[in-house]
Design a protein around this ligand. Sequence first.
Ligand SMILES: *Cc1c(COP(=O)(O)O)cnc(C)c1O
Length: 379
Amino acid sequence: MKPIQMVDLKSQYHKIKEEIDSRVLNVIESSAYINGPAVKDFQQHLEEYLHVKHVIPCGNGTDALLVAMMALDLKPGDEVISTPFTFIATVEVIGLLGLTPVFVDVEEDTFNMDVRQLEAAITPKTKAIVPVHLFGQCCNMQEILKIANKHGVAVIEDNCQAIGAEVMIDNYPLQKSGTLGTIGCTSFFPSKNLGCYGDGGALFTNDDALDEKIRGIVNHGMFTRYYHDMIGVNSRLDSIQAAILDVKLKHLDEYIAARQQAALYYNKAFANHPNIVTPATASYSTHVFHQYTLKLKNVDRYRLIEHMKELGVPVMIYYPVPLHLQKAFAHLGYHKGDFPVTEALCDCVVSLPMHTELDEEQLQYITTNFLNTMDQFAN
Ligand SMILES: *Cc1c(COP(=O)(O)O)cnc(C)c1O
């Protein structure tokens, strides 16, 4: 059996090695390392894949979120709503710009923003909502957009974990996640569903004016060469990474299908187990399983993780500490008990190995050992 890893990027690379190597060598030969044709090609192919008017590549997913907030002219004192059950980057950039993060709790089944609590969090200072499509499943965008439009606030989708997921809104045909809000943000970090071999990210928008502004901001606030109209950043996707992404984009749907296949195997193995709750799928979104995350009931989670590690199966906790209880956000004055659903999730979730290269033998090994170990540590 191949060793089991949370993500197996090497096996995936070996299947597309020839094309990747030749595209990378082409870039090196061309010496167009920054803003070369590979970046334009990838941008265009991603626009076609997403059916979105503009894709603006940048340095990483965190920058994408930062630049999105800069492009919307958010200023210190403005409030930005997001959830406390996400990776730090989402809320870190809110803090970095001197904006005020306002949290809304998540739903206990989808792990995404609880839209029933959203409207109550909106104040005259609210300027944006940042829904996070966590673990590969979209938030309830229909409700979020309705509330955002009613109050005239922007929506920045944190799509770092959900590229390729499809969302249902009313009677529209399915749309790709990240393309419904004012701006969508994604990350091409290697372990993401569409990952490069280094750092990378992008913003999506259907708004021509925002597209132009974002392109200026990621390039030092420069709209005409050496004329800087605003303070920007330096955030680029380099040509080698773009060439790699352009190859991998052609495989994205097949990669998503492989993840969904693995998730289905897990779901079947864990169905109706008294100590395990398998991931819920919302009616309005497909799930691209960036992570496969279980909720455990009455189980000593840390001993289970330790034992699985000895058996050669990594099991991770995404995320162990709610953002409102992180030291970095102590100044916001939140307390334990403020977001009970997030806090309960942080205490009971575990994520299993999830990637495009899991085979039946590995899945059987993981599930059999997980169930056996569970019986030992359930109380
Ligand atoms: C990965 C991730 C980010 C940050 O992306 P980087 O490319 O690592 O900067 C932001 N938000 C979420 C939800 C993520 O998973």
